[in-house]
Design a protein around this ligand. Structure first.
Ligand SMILES: Cc1cc2nc3c(=O)[nH]c(=O)nc-3n(C[C@H](O)[C@H](O)[C@H](O)COP(=O)(O)OP(=O)(O)OC[C@H]3O[C@@H](n4cnc5c(N)ncnc54)[C@H](O)[C@@H]3O)c2cc1C
Length: 405
């Protein structure tokens, strides 16, 4: 096995694989991308694959716009396939307070050049006949939104990195990041040590565990997220706009002649990855169909098809939530050469092309091309939350993903 590398990336999910790809693209010579399991096999392929361009902050809108451009050029850039469709989306408010959120979204989105407008419930029904106007108070149409095949992203970036000279090491578990006198010296793995001055912890649900094995606390909460893919539904064409119902926090998009849909439920399930055992994989995560059926019922006046369509697939994964709903990207001052790409807040796959590129620039050039201070690990320094407080904040961020008040 390779014994030395310029940059060692732990975790070949969307975030780690994108970082490895852009490191190579930006000229890094010895990049190693290692994963405990198969490349791109854990949470990333189980995502919904939706790109949501209207975000709560201007930074996130800038990043997701960049990411959307990179998704469109994915095959050109990586040489790997990626199926995507710019379907647009409809964000639906059912309650008066959420109308103000939509109005703010439109002002912020327009300021940053997005194709957003308020449309009537009837117009929304015309654009997507599966969305019934009953009980709908306001709708925002977002022309920029798109969706893609989530299973292709991490694998595509990893293969692209490999074609550019990176070494892929699947089935290689990192047991510890070695830090001596305040600087990274490499990693210990199940297959021996790899020496190197820079390590990126992009281990998804396990990010925190890897950091803690080296005495570094990153306040992330691994959180379950699950979805249904329905059987075929007549009329469910691939270009129908996606639907997001704000207060219910339900999302729907076309998928293989039917729909894919999920929810940010009120009481998500949290995990302590350390307690699940060494051999736990994301496919072992227990799923709970009752949660989805409860929310299908909640939105049945607007999206009756969710209650009536058959279910072809039920899948889920474990994204990581933070206390403020922002990603965790960049270096930690306590250990020179130790970088993070995690805290995805259930939106890390779509933004991985932009964050991976920014982090690669940060590592190689000393600064990211965009100011990523709001995503810095150091922002948590002042927060000394108990685990219970951290989970409560994470729960709020999860449930309010669409900005519902
Ligand atoms: C149901 C669902 C719907 C979602 N919908 C969307 C969406 O529409 N849009 C969106 O952008 N995002 C969505 N997400 C979130 C998205 O899936 C995540 O943000 C993203 O996949 C996170 O990627 P990752 O690289 O951090 O994690 P992962 O894909 O889990 O990758 C982490 C990797 O690290 C490896 N690893 C862990 N420990 C070690 C170790 N000790 N040594 C070596 N390797 C290790 C793992 O094996 C794994 O392969 C959704 C998620 C789910 C579950």
């Amino acid at each position: 096995m390779i014994q030395r590398a310029e940059v060692i990336v732990i975790g070949a999910g969307g975030l780690g694989a994108a970082t490895a790809f852009y490191l190579v693209k930006r000229g890094a010579r010895d990049v190693v991308l290692l994963d405990k399991y198969d490349i791109g096999s854990q949470t990333s392929p189980r995502a919904a694959g939706m790109v949501s361009c209207v975000r709560k902050s201007e930074l996130m809108i800038e990043l997701i716009k960049l990411a959307a451009e990179k998704i469109e050029r994915f095959t050109q850039e990586t040489g790997q396939p990626l199926d995507w469709i710019r379907s647009g989306s409809l964000k639906v408010a059912r309650r008066a307070p959420d109308i103000a959120v939509i109005e703010d979204d439109i002002v912020r989105g327009r300021r940053l050049g997005l194709d957003v407008e308020r449309i009537s419930p009837e117009e929304a029904h015309r654009l997507n006949p599966f969305l019934e106007p009953e009980g709908v108070a306001a709708v925002m149409r977002v022309g920029d939104d798109m969706y893609f095949d989530p299973a292709q992203v991490a694998v595509g970036f990893a293969r692209g990195a490999q074609a550019g000279g990176a070494t892929l090491l699947p089935h290689t578990a990192v047991t510890r990041v070695v830090i001596e006198r305040g600087a990274v010296k490499g990693v210990e793995t199940s297959r021996g040590a790899i020496h190197g001055p820079i390590v990126v912890d992009a281990a998804g649900a396990w990010t925190r565990q890897i950091a803690e094995a080296s005495g570094v606390r990153i306040p992330l909460v691994p959180t379950a997220q699950q979805l249904f893919v329905t059987g075929p539904v007549p009329g469910a064409s691939a270009d129908l706009p996606m639907v997001r119902i704000m207060d219910a926090a339900v999302y729907v998009r076309p998928c293989d002649g039917g729909f894919l849909w999920g929810v940010y439920e009120e009481d998500p399930r949290f995990f302590d990855m350390g307690s699940l055992g060494e051999s736990f994989q994301i496919k072992d995560m227990p799923l709970d169909a009752a949660v989805l059926w409860r929310y299908a019922d909640d939105v049945k006046r607007q999206m009756p098809v969710l209650s009536t369509a058959s279910v072809r697939e039920h899948r889920g994964g474990i994204p990581t939530m933070t206390a403020d709903g922002q990603h965790v990207v960049g270096p930690i001052p306590a250990a020179r050469g130790f970088f993070f790409a995690s805290g995805c807040n259930v939106a890390g796959l779509s933004i991985s092309p932009a964050l991976g590129d920014a982090l690669a620039a940060w590592i190689l050039e000393g600064a990211p091309p965009i100011d990523l201070t709001p995503l810095a690990v150091t922002r948590f320094a002042a927060g000394s939350w108990s685990e219970a407080q951290l989970r409560e904040r994470a729960r709020w961020q999860y449930r309010h993903f669409y900005g519902s008040v």
